[in-house]
Write a protein that binds this ligand. Structure first.
Ligand code: SF4
Length: 731
């Protein structure tokens, strides 16, 4: 299909100073955990988006000096010629696709704790980071300022040598240039502090120096948080925000605008439970009247009509994307080819971000199982090889995330017949009830964002439903619970069990590894998260939720019930409730929302005993300190257990399998072990990708990018160090 002419505007080329962006699709800098030390993984991940039609791809934040080291998180680095060599792979691959390559030059100040390098970061004032623990910078005198500006210049020259077309002087997310601009960070009284012009001086001079160094070889841009969302005393859009645009507009070829600092950058990468598409509009819209340069910006923009509206309204000239480009590297191509229903829409869960925030972990994506696997596993998000055993019939039992994904990929691999059989009336599994969670009263959060619930997560199901419907070799059957005998008699040579998991009712938990006294699975006053979501069990007015899951479940239940008027108490043994939400950037907004809703929270607290109308809890550090609650309902959000009975029964009778003609039997997703939706989908995808390998039950090895002894980097320096070691006198 040809593209709808109403989208033509998205495919117009646009000048970025000396460079031309071939269309208006731009992957803004985003972390992927590959940095400069996994050059193949880095390059293939970005290149896939170029193949999918994006006009430019940028690195993640790219450190310009060992003084800017974010370990345990992974940034790119452009400290020396060996980094140039590694990053040039990405540039070459992007250029081969007709796309531009951008590098985001980064100096973090106190937000870079230098855990690996042990250098001392410099900053405009000696104020500890509000993001890192106990991370202080060294005060920059004018000599220090010149030194750091030279770091930018040297890094810009190296970037040009690596082949980058676009060079960022990155100051969004409260990194160094912004720290000079913001009175929240900058307490100086010299010519770099005080008045707006003084606070803007560092960034302005740095832009001038970088421009002078690379001339017209590269486009120059600044990524700028036009509002730090801290209100008075910091950069606000209608004051220093637009003032700064005007002040240095002549020094940039285009602007990359965003909002917020690093400590709460979920205000920028807004999770869908609090932010709708294009949520930054109120903040970035005023910029238009203050710059003549093109503007790129983000807001989890996945809808082609929204994109057109954004450009026509003048909000942005270029559609920036991080998450939408991760979930669907081929989003532009699908718009171009009129295949809008094939777009794998980002659900705004921020699991991609969580792995980077977690530290040293590669990017993953709930919607796109191939994200980060382009190089090391050779997976392409849109291309599949016909399976070598395509003549075999496959039965997938269970149509949750793992089962849907597995059946879809098997279908795309041209297996002769794939049957996906689901016991429930609808496919989707746990996502069907999870997407009902949260609290969608639409009321403003205390800060920014609006409680919206997890409805966007349902795209996990809709995307796969559409794809499954298109596959002629896949049949989907619902409302059909198969017994072991029925599985054996089904006629499939390959059987995949994807029957999911269930929430335990007996209080089994990760703290005591035991049940909870009095937890009667049959009791009417004891309910599980799915029962709350689906409303299949009555919930009384006074509710106590035991949160031992550590992620979104307990808090989402609390939101839902408190929002519906229940009196909710949330207890959990950990130091924080739903701690993993710090990694998904949802935690601060969730804390505010639970506070707004009047949810009472007790951390470091474990439930010892439950009974009708009564719960006893104790302090995890001092169990002698107990407290009693009178409640009507207890929500056990403790542990999940695999629904693996069918798999175990089938596996235990190999002779019956054999005589029925079942040659292979696998278990995937939560039925193997409960996990995140992203990991369940990955598991289903992985099995289908490797269904024709020698032993599909065991993942094939992947390329590990690592240093091999004897093939070292910095060889001259290493020799010098060895010589010094050898010649050191023995004390
Ligand atoms: Fe979007 Fe979630 Fe994928 Fe991130 S992990 S790109 S938020 S779907």
């Amino acid at each position: 299909m040809a593209r709808d002419p109403k989208y033509d505007i998205l495919f117009e080329p646009i000048k970025l100073g000396p460079k031309t962006l071939k269309n208006r699709f731009y992957q803004v800098p985003h972390c992927n955990g590959f940095g400069s030390e996994k050059p193949g993984t880095q390059a293939y991940n970005r290149q896939m988006k170029a193949e999918g039609g994006w006009g430019a791809m940028c690195t993640e934040y790219c450190s310009i000096s060992p003084e800017s080291d974010d370990t345990h998180r992974v940034s790119a680095r452009i400290w020396d010629d060996e980094d140039v060599r590694n990053l040039s792979v990405m540039c070459d691959m992007l250029h081969a696709q007709g796309a531009l390559a951008g590098v985001e030059l980064w100096y973090g100040g106190p937000h870079a704790p230098c855990n690996e390098t042990r250098h001392t970061p410099r900053a405009p004032s000696q104020v500890a980071s509000e993001f890192e623990l106990n991370s202080y910078p060294r005060y920059m005198d004018e000599d220090d300022i010149k030194i750091v500006q030279q770091y930018y210049v040297d890094a810009a020259l190296r970037s040009r040598d690596a082949g980058f077309d676009i060079i960022y002087v990155y100051g969004a997310h409260a990194y160094l240039p912004f720290q000079f601009l913001s009175p929240y960070y900058n307490k100086r009284t010299d010519k770099y502090g005080g008045s707006f012009e003084n606070r803007a001086r560092f960034w302005k001079e740095t832009l001038e120096k970088v421009r002078e160094a690379v001339g017209d070889d590269c486009a120059i841009t600044a990524r700028f948080s036009i509002d730090n969302i801290k209100g008075k005393g910091d950069v606000q859009v209608r004051e220093d925000g637009v003032r700064f645009l005007e002040h240095v507009d002549h020094l940039v070829d285009f602007w990359d605008l965003t909002v917020s600092g690093i400590v709460e950058w979920g205000q920028d990468a807004g999770p869908s439970r609090f932010f709708e598409e294009n949520h930054q509009k109120p903040y970035v819209m005023p910029a238009r009247e203050h710059t003549k340069k093109p503007i790129v910006g983000v807001g989890r923009i996945t809808n082609a009509d929204t994109m057109v509206e954004i450009i026509k309204s003048g909000q942005f000239d270029i559609i920036g994307a991080a998450r939408p480009s991760i979930a669907d590297p081929f989003l532009p191509k699908k718009i171009e080819e009129g295949r809008l229903d094939d777009i794998r829409e980002c659900i705004g869960c921020n699991v991609c971000i969580s792995r980077w925030e977690y530290g040293s972990a590669p990017l993953i994506c709930t919607q796109n199982a191939t994200a980060g696997e382009e190089y090391r596993r050779g997976w392409h998000p849109e291309k599949y090889h016909r399976a070598k055993n395509a003549d075999k019939g496959v039965l997938v039992v269970g149509a949750g995330p793992a089962g849907m994904e597995c059946a879809m990929v098997l279908g795309k691999r041209e297996m002769s017949a794939v049957h996906l059989v689901e016991a429930d009336a609808d496919i989707g599994g746990s996502v069907n009830w999870i997407s009902l969670l949260g609290h969608g009263d639409g009321k403003e959060n205390i800060f920014r964002g609006t409680a919206r619930g997890l409805g966007n997560w349902k795209h996990v199901v809709t995307y796969r439903t559409i794809q499954l419907n298109k596959l002629k070799n896949v049949e989907v059957h619902t409302s059909s619970r198969l017994s072991a005998q029925e599985v054996r008699e089904y006629g499939a040579e390959i059987v995949v069990i994807a029957t999911g998991c269930h929430w335990t009712r007996d209080g089994l938990n990760s703290l005591t590894h035991d049940k909870i006294e009095g937890a009667d699975p049959t009791a009417s006053w004891l309910v599980t998260p799915d029962e709350v979501a689906l409303g299949t069990k009555e919930v009384g007015h006074r509710v106590l939720i035991l949160e031992n899951e550590g992620y979104f479940m307990g808090v989402s239940i609390a939101q839902k019930l408190a929002g519906a008027g229940h009196d909710v108490t949330l207890v959990g043994p950990a130091a924080d409730i739903g701690a993993y939400m710090h990694y998904t950037l949802e935690a601060p907004m969730m804390a505010r929302d639970l506070s707004r809703l009047g949810v009472k929270i007790h951390t470091h607290t474990m439930v010892d005993r439950v009974g009708p109308g009564h719960v006893r809890v104790s302090d995890v550090w001092d169990p002698s300190k107990t407290k009693d609650f009178d409640v009507d309902t207890v929500v056990m959000c403790t542990a999940r257990i695999s629904n693996d009975e069918l798999y175990r029964e089938l596996k235990s009778d190999q002779a019956a399998l054999q005589s029925a003609g079942v040659e292979e039997l696998y278990v995937i997703g939560d039925a193997a072990a409960p996990r995140m939706i992203a990991d369940s989908i990955f598991d289903g995808h992985r099995l289908a990708r490797e269904i024709d390998s020698e032993n599909p039950a065991t993942p094939l090895p992947f390329i590990r990018e690592r240093r091999l002894w004897g093939n070292v980097t910095n060889q001259d320096y290493e020799k010098q160090l060895q010589a010094e070691r050898d010649s050191a006198p023995v004390p």
